[in-house]
Design a protein around this ligand. Structure first.
Ligand code: GDP
Length: 326
């Protein structure tokens, strides 16, 4: 039975990935941060078979302990301070966790594996935010990186450090450059979930206004459940490598609003939506669209859930959650 260790197991991707690996027969271990972490209960309830280890990406000895106690074949480093808007207010913390945390985990894996660096396969959760002020469209693995936020800069550091450990030490280390991927498990601070929750509440008469930032930004949005499969596929290859994971289609925030409100029968959302500068960012990533042809050819990966299906499933999940009082 193969064994996997996941950092960031309490997040959207960590939960989907843990489910996928359990289905495949893996023993799944997760690193969980902080005393009395409120998300521990969520993981224990949803995934009772996962073994949890206390640890923190800023604390090397805790990671070494988690590696020793789980003895994994595969490590998925998904842990990060991941909300772009927050990263300007907490640039140092974001750098410590999202950038230096990758180095700490890589170094812990290197020390743990000793003379046999390929013994543990390593996945780094890189991000389309690294493309930032895009230098070409669509973006692929060799597109020049131009991050636009402390979060994006931190992800660039982690991406290159992963490549560097692969090249310096012969580690089986892969970097997945995942474009935005969403689901009902997305945190409500992200724009898709913010909209799906508000639309559900508006249609049920519990809310009458949605306050937004820039409606013209465009993203290449996929379904998180599809994207974790790509992570696993990367670690099944003979060698570590870098892959863009994306749908290849881009949509604006307005498109998302159209579909989400349309799904509950509201054709004109303008009376419900107000823009407020508090949700505008000091620098914006205007338009992301990924070219995942390498993943399609090498990994045989392609997204299954379309953009309209994604919006519908998120709104439906929030309708149900709101009605049930979850
Ligand atoms: P990101 O791509 O990781 O930054 O994902 P987000 O979901 O946080 O933001 C996606 C885009 O939506 C960005 O360009 C934001 O500026 C834009 N946006 C517009 N209004 C909002 C809002 O109210 N909240 C968030 N989070 N993003 C918004």
């Amino acid at each position: 039975m193969p064994t996997a260790l996941i950092t960031g197991i309490t997040g959207q991707d960590g939960l989907y990935l843990a489910e996928l690996l359990l289905e495949k027969g893996y023993a799944v271990h997760g690193v969980i941060r902080g005393q009395n972490n409120p998300k521990r209960e969520l993981v224990e309830r949803l995934l009772p078979d996962v073994h949890l280890h206390n640890g923190d990406l800023t604390d090397m000895s805790s990671l070494l302990r988690a590696l020793r106690d789980s003895d994994p074949d595969e490590v998925y480093n998904l842990g990060a301070v991941s909300f772009v808007a927050y990263s300007w207010e907490n640039a140092h913390l974001t750098t410590d966790v999202t950038a230096k945390g990758v180095l700490t985990m890589l170094e812990a894996v290197r020390l743990h594996t000793g003379d046999d660096p390929g013994r543990v396969r390593f996945y780094q959760a890189s991000s389309s935010e690294m493309f930032g002020k895009v230098q070409e469209t669509p973006q692929h693995e060799r597109t020049l990186l131009w991050p636009r936020s402390p979060y994006g800069v931190s992800k660039v550091f982690g991406h290159y450090m992963t490549i560097n450990y692969r090249e310096s030490y012969g580690m089986h280390a892969s970097s997945g450059i995942l474009f935005n991927h969403e689901s009902p498990r997305r945190g409500p601070e992200f724009v898709t979930r913010k909209i799906s929750r508000a639309v559900a509440r508006i249609s049920l008469g519990l809310q009458d206004e949605l306050v937004m930032g820039n409606l013209d930004a465009e993203r290449d949005w996929g379904f998180a459940g599809d994207y974790v499969e790509a992570m696993w596929l990367m670690l099944q290859q003979p060698q570590g490598d870098d892959f863009v994971i994306a749908t290849g289609q881009t949509h604006s925030i307005r498109d998302f609003l159209d579909l989400a409100f349309g799904h509950v029968g509201i054709a004109d959302w303008t009376p419900y939506v107000r823009q407020d500068p508090q949700f505008m960012r000091p620098a914006e990533v205007d338009r992301l669209v990924g070219d995942a042809s390498k993943a399609r050819e090498v990994l045989g990966w392609k997204p299954r859930v379309s953009f309209p299906e994604l919006v519908a499933l998120m709104v439906d999940a929030d309708l149900e959650a709101t009605q049930q009082g979850w």
